[in-house]
Design a protein around this ligand. Structure first.
Ligand SMILES: *[C@@H]1O[C@H](CO)[C@@H](O)[C@H](O)[C@H]1NC(C)=O
Length: 116
């Protein structure tokens, strides 16, 4: 009796953990995206060398956006961000992944086609 109650309790805890994890994995928010690349804005405007926090953010973005749906969402967030921040130089933006040594599956640009 006592043992099966514990088993049920453990099963419930495991199920909740799985559900929470699934929720985290499938929803990337624009807040996360903006937070990831926020430290890149200085570089995106003036060029030069991106700060380490910026490269870490770009790298983090890649690991956040694993599924096609996440990538699409992240792409849309970047696109919105790129369109809403004044003074971003897109030649700098397209050079960013190279400068950080990471590959990004989509360019940071207001003209990016996120449906691809
Ligand atoms: C972006 O930066 C490049 C390289 O410094 C420069 O040639 C170009 O004029 C800049 N473009 C804009 C829109 O500021």
């Amino acid at each position: 009796m006592g043992v099966s109650k514990v088993a049920v309790a453990v099963a419930v805890v495991l199920m909740v953990a799985v559900i929470e994890r699934a929720a985290v994995v499938e929803s990337i928010t624009c807040g996360q995206v903006t937070g990831s690349v926020g430290s890149c804005l200085g570089y995106l405007k003036t060029g030069g060398k991106p700060v380490p926090a910026c490269c870490n953010g770009v790298r983090g973005l890649n690991s956040l956006a694993k599924t096609p749906a996440d990538r699409k969402q992240a792409c849309n967030c970047l696109k919105t961000l790129a369109g809403s921040v004044k003074g971003i130089n897109y030649s700098f933006a397209s050079a960013l992944p190279g400068k950080c040594g990471v590959s990004v599956p989509y360019p940071i640009s207001p003209n990016t086609d996120c449906a691809k």
